[in-house]
Design a protein around this ligand. Structure first.
Ligand code: PLP
Length: 400
């Protein structure tokens, strides 16, 4: 059968690693899995208890509000004020989404059409590349370099230079810039001054910025990732996606938000009113409780990820694989060690499953710009991480 839109999709390279991982497990091997960024830590107890209670009430079994019930929009507005000092009008400046991924994907339908383009970093979280394409547009790639490989420029400066160059050569001029900091997969982080530059650029060139803030609460060693909405006038040209997935370890619940420019919020709200009836109401109610009563939970999770980061970085260094610790996100973006570089990321990731019982994500799965790296997701605890390090020590015989 001939299909539309999905024909151009390359084979999902992560599926190759998953297949190998599954086969190894069937054969009885214990794979330490840093592959998929699927949080292993539990959701807050108060949210789970509230979900169970709210699910008992038949009133909550009906269709809910597609844009999110008012108290849920109020709870995220309150969190934005408390954490980022940003004022959000819960009636006009936020819409609930079924996770950040759904929000970003459908937003592209409202912003991009055939003939339009979006600027997207390379490498990128895959839906940042495919959402504009699904909407019928084209993408213009801007390199997102490994922050640990930058000599003089900060990740923000080098991305900004690439953006200026891409803008100069692009025709038609892009309508949208998609970005995301802390960045998946490269872990690049930026400061508020970078966000100010980006907003000034968007205002000057009349382009919309979509900032995916999936790792909003994952900053290490005292670093706090900035919200783009902290910049004065950002609401004139920007929207931001915030999600409970990583911040509250609520990945399966599918609760996210798009906040910022009221016209763009209204556009996505209108589109979603045709597409869905919103998230199951008990989940919305429990999400309110998570944000209002488990306010410190993101900080507790952050401490766990930071400790896992340290264990993995120290362990890799012991086997002769030096990687700079990331400032944020839940990943380690590791350059393939020199003696193995020729393999490319997919073959190297397969080698690690086969020879070290360690699963990672090959960088090429995030776009051509990622092929020199593999990504570790910090979803294994310290003991399991130590096990992985012992396995790597045996397998990586070409390292000193
Ligand atoms: C940059 C980025 N955006 C969005 C998501 C997914 O968020 P959600 O679960 O809210 O759809 C992820 C998950 O890995 C991500 O890395």
């Amino acid at each position: 059968m001939e299909f539309r839109r999905i024909n151009g999709l390359p084979p999902y390279v992560f599926a190759e690693i998953n297949g190998r991982k599954a086969a190894a497990r069937t054969a009885g091997r214990d794979i330490v899995d840093f592959g998929f960024g699927n949080p292993d830590l539990p959701s807050p107890d108060v949210a789970v208890a509230k979900l169970a209670e709210a699910a008992q009430n038949p009133k909550n079994h009906r269709y809910s509000a597609s844009r999110g019930i008012p108290h849920l929009r109020l709870a995220i507005a309150t969190r934005y004020k408390r954490v980022f000092g940003v004022d959000i009008d819960p009636d006009t400046e936020v819409v609930t989404t079924i996770g950040a991924k759904e929000g970003l994907s459908h937003l592209m339908w409202a912003l991009i059409d055939r003939g339009d383009t979006a600027i997207v970093p390379s490498p990128s979280y895959p839906i940042h590349i495919y959402a504009p394409l699904f909407a019928g547009g084209q993408i213009v790639s801007v390199p997102m370099l490994d922050p640990s490989a930058l000599d003089v420029a900060t990740p923000g400066d080098s991305f900004f230079d690439g953006l200026l160059e891409a803008w100069q050569h692009a025709w038609p001029k892009p309508r949208v810039i998609i970005c995301s900091f802390p960045h998946n997969p490269t872990t690049a982080c930026v400061d508020l001054a970078f966000m100010e530059r980006l907003v000034a650029f968007a205002l000057e060139h009349d382009v919309v910025i979509v900032h995916d803030f999936a790792y909003a609460d994952l900053g290490f060693d005292g670093y706090q990732p900035p919200s783009i909405l902290q910049v004065p006038r950002a609401k004139e040209c920007c929207v931001e996606l915030y999600t409970l997935t990583k911040s509250f370890s609520m990945a399966g619940w599918r609760v996210g938000f798009m906040l910022g420019n009221a016209d763009i919020v209204a556009a996505l709200t209108k589109l979603k009113s045709y597409l869905d009836y919103g998230t199951f109401q008990p989940i919305q109610i429990a999400s309110i409780v998570a944000m209002n009563e488990a306010t410190d939970y993101p900080a507790q999770l952050n401490a766990i990820y930071q400790s896992r980061r340290d264990t993995l970085i120290e362990g890799l260094s012991r086997v002769g694989w030096d990687v700079k610790p990331p400032q944020g996100s839940m990943f380690i973006w590791a350059p393939i060690p020199e003696p193995y570089q020729e393999m490319g990321s997919l073959e190297f990731a397969k080698f690690l499953v086969d020879e070290a019982d360690v699963a990672t994500s090959p960088g090429v799965g995030f776009g051509e710009g990622g092929d020199g790296h593999i990504r570790f997701a910090l979803i294994e605890n310290e003991l399991r991480t130590q096990q992985a390090i012992r396995n790597l020590k045996k397998a990586l015989t070409k390292l000193g």
